[in-house]
Ligand binder design. Sequence first.
Ligand code: GLC
Length: 481
Amino acid sequence: MRIVLTIKKILLGSMFLAVYFSSFSQAHNVSTGYRKPTDSLVVENLDQWQDLKFGLFMHWGTYSQWGVVESWSLCPEDESWTQRKPKHGATYNEYVKNYESLQETFNPKEFNPRKWADAAKAAGMKYVVFTTKHHDGFAMFDTKQSDYKITSSRTPFSKHPQADVTKAIFESFRAEDFKIGAYFSKPDWHTEYYWWSYFPPRDRNVNYNPEKYPERWNKYKEFTFNQIDELTSNYGKVDILWLDGGWVRPFSTIDQNVEWQRAITVEQDIDMDRIGHMARKNQPGIIVVDRTVSGKWENYVTPEQAIPEHPLEIPWESCITMGDSFSYVPNDLYKPTKVIVETLVKIISRGGNYLLNIAPGPNGDFDQEAYDRLRDLSEWMALNGSAVYSTRATAPYRNGDYYYTKSKEGDVLNVFHLSEGDEYISPASFEFPIPVDFSVERVRLLGYTGKVKWSKNGDRLIVQNPEGNLNYAATIQLEAK
Ligand code: GLC
C-alpha cells in the first residue's frame, strides 16, 4: 500500500514537473528533448563550464547609438515593442537606410576591453559571451563575407588599432582565464541571401521560399558557414558557439506549441551537421548551442530572462539582463546587487549557470552603475565564492529561505540564506534541514573568521549567527566527516 502511494506520489510529482516544465520552456526559449553529447572533449568542456556558474553576456552593435533594442526594430513583426522612432525614418525603407547608416558613425572611442575583463573577473565572472553578429547582420568581427562590419573602411572605428573588437574582447578576457563564447545570429537581416530585397520582409523569417529559390538559400548557407568558419579559425580558442535565431531550423523540428515557431511556414534547413562538424574541427570540444533546436547541436539549454522554479537535470544557463534591456539604452534601470546575488543563488541551487548581460554604450564603455554593481558583487564573491564554483545542485535544493549546493565530491554542503526586501536581514540563528546521510564535521559562516556555535535537532541544523552585518545573502558551509 505504502509503495503504491509512493509511486502515485512520484508519478503525480513528475506529471506536475512535466506540465510546469513544458509551459516554462515554451515561454522562455527552453527546448525539450535534450541529447547528451558523446564526444568526450565536449563532455569535459561542458563539465568545466558547469563549474564556472557565472558569465558575462554583452550585446553591442551600431544600434547602441540610437539606444534602441538590438536589431528588432528592423523586423516588421510586433512593431509595438521594437522601438521604432519616427525621427529615424518615416517609411520602412527610410528607416532601414538610416539604421544601416549607423555603421558610418560608429566610433566607440572609449573601447577598452581590459577594463571590462578586470571588472568582470573581480565580480567573480568566469566566462564571456559576446554578440559577434546579431540579427541585423552587422559583423563586430573582421569577416570577409560582407562589408557591413566594424572593420570596413565605411566604419570610422576601422581606423582604431583594436577595430576588430571581437578579437580584442576575446584576447582580453582570455588573458584573465575566462572561457570564451561567440554569440552569432544565424538569421541575417542584411544579406540578400536571407532577406532578399526583391520582396519585402514580413517577419523574422527568410522572406522568400528556400525550396523555390534553392540557389539563393545555398548561398545563404555558404555565407553563414564561412562566417562561423572565420570565427572559429581566426580568433584563438573559442569554447562556446552560441547560435541564436532558432527560427532558422529544419521545418520538421518546429514545436507547434511555441508561438514564434508556429509562424515559420518554410523549410530553413541550414545544415547544422556541416556547421557543427566544421566548428568542432576548428575548435575541438567546443560547446555548440543551437538555441531551441534540440538535439545533437544544442549542448545546453538557455532560459531567457527567467529562472526555472525547479532543478533541471540537463546543462542550462539563464541569460538575464542587468538593466531592463539586452542592448544599451540611456538611463537603463540596473537591478540591485542583492537581486543579482539572489538570482545567482537560485540558479546554482537548481543546477544552472547565470549569464548576466551588460550592454556597452555607443562610447564603447559600460555605464558607471554597471561597474558599481560589479564592484559590490566582488565583495560578496570574495567571501562566498567557495560555495558557488565547482558545485552541483543537491536535494533538498530549497527549503523556505534556504538554498543548497554541494561540492562535486559531495563532502561539502553549502546552505545559502536569502531574505525578502531591499536589505538583507539575517536571523539570530539559521535553522534548516540537512540530508540524513550528511554527518556534519565542521560548520562555517562564510566571511566570519571566528568559531560558530551549532547544534543538531533531528534532521535540522541550528547555527547561531554571530554577526549582524552580512550583505545580500549569508552562506553556511558544512564539511562532512
Ligand atoms: C532575446 C532577444 C534577442 C537577444 C536574446 C538573448 O531573444 O530578442 O535580441 O539576443 O534575447 O538571449
